[in-house]
Design a protein around this ligand. Structure first.
Ligand code: CYT
Length: 286
């Protein structure tokens, strides 16, 4: 049943070959940079960058605050590859396009993937500027059938029915806490459940109250699809949400949220997230 868009193993192999032939780095660590957090890629040493439009069959990203390059380089002495700008379902991309870069990373040799995003705080204890280690997620589109693994399964990547109970690696989460300690960020660290919603509309008050009631700590419009595809193909995963705003849970029309607020939180904490990630990379044993 060819009803879902998908890339063949050969398509993905061709993209990774294209990159490997033009790049001397051989990263085992992949990093997906979220809204306002793309600056991390600019800090890599010995950079080799590939704008998405220069990579055959690669989608091109459109949302402001997302650049659109695959950047290879060295961070804390280790080779890494960063997605500077990701693809979101709300931009109109298929799940296949949203998650294609993860499979490309897999064939590049990536074994550990770190995903970052900007998210709204649902947990009332969270304040903008907090950094949440993702402990687990709820994939709302997936619960209704729009899972990135929908469609024919390619056994070369992973099993038809992959486990997701241990999606966010416990050892990596401990390493993130240790990394946070090293750079003096412990007081801003949280750990919680991320809910993935399709967006692009922010949540209604009733939606946020519902999310809170079911145990969600932060809400955003990315990450879960990439994590599912990474786990499917056996990568170790860890994730960070920068809490960019408090979710508005009261019927008070004077309270507003806009995308510039989300990007501003990224600017305030960008350097902290960069040192957190570089300390984490230091702690990852390859
Ligand atoms: N904030 C955000 N909802 C929010 O309130 N960054 C994504 C989704």
């Amino acid at each position: 049943a060819d009803v879902v868009e998908s890339y063949s193993y050969e398509d993905i192999e061709a993209i990774s070959k294209f990159l490997l032939e033009r790049c001397r780095h051989r990263p085992k660590i992949g990093i997906i940079c979220g809204s306002g957090l793309g600056g991390l890629a600019d800090t890599l040493q010995e950079q080799e960058a590939f704008p998405y439009e220069s990579i055959p069959k690669f989608p091109v990203s459109t949302v402001s605050g997302h650049k659109g390059r695959l950047v290879f380089g060295v961070l804390s002495g280790k080779a890494v590859v960063c997605m500077q700008g990701r693809f979101h379902m709300y931009e109109g991309y298929s799940m296949a396009k949203v998650t294609l870069p993860v499979r490309v990373m897999k064939l590049l040799g990536v074994e550990t993937m770190l995903v970052t995003n900007a998210a709204g705080g649902v947990n009332q204890d969270y304040v903008p500027g907090d950094i949440m280690i993702i402990k687990d997620h709820i994939n709302f589109p997936g619960l209704c059938g729009n899972n990135p693994l929908r469609g024919p399964n390619n056994e070369k990547f992973g099993p038809r029915f992959p486990a997701m109970n241990d999606a966010y690696n416990a050892k990596l989460r401990a390493s993130l806490r240790a990394a946070a300690k090293l750079c003096g960020l412990s007081d801003h660290m949280k750990e919680g459940v991320y809910a993935y919603l399709g967006g692009p509309a922010y949540e209604t008050v009733a939606e946020l109250r519902f999310l809170k009631a079911i145990g969600v700590d932060a809400v955003g419009m990315s990450t879960a699809p990439e994590v599912i595809v990474a786990r499917h193909c056996g990568m170790k995963v860890c994730g960070l949400s920068l809490i960019s705003n408090k979710g508005i849970m009261e019927y008070d029309p004077s309270l507003v949220i806009d995308h510039s607020e989300v990007l501003e939180a990224g600017r305030v904490r960008a350097a902290d997230i960069q040192s957190l990630v570089s300390n984490l990379v230091k702690l990852i044993d390859e």
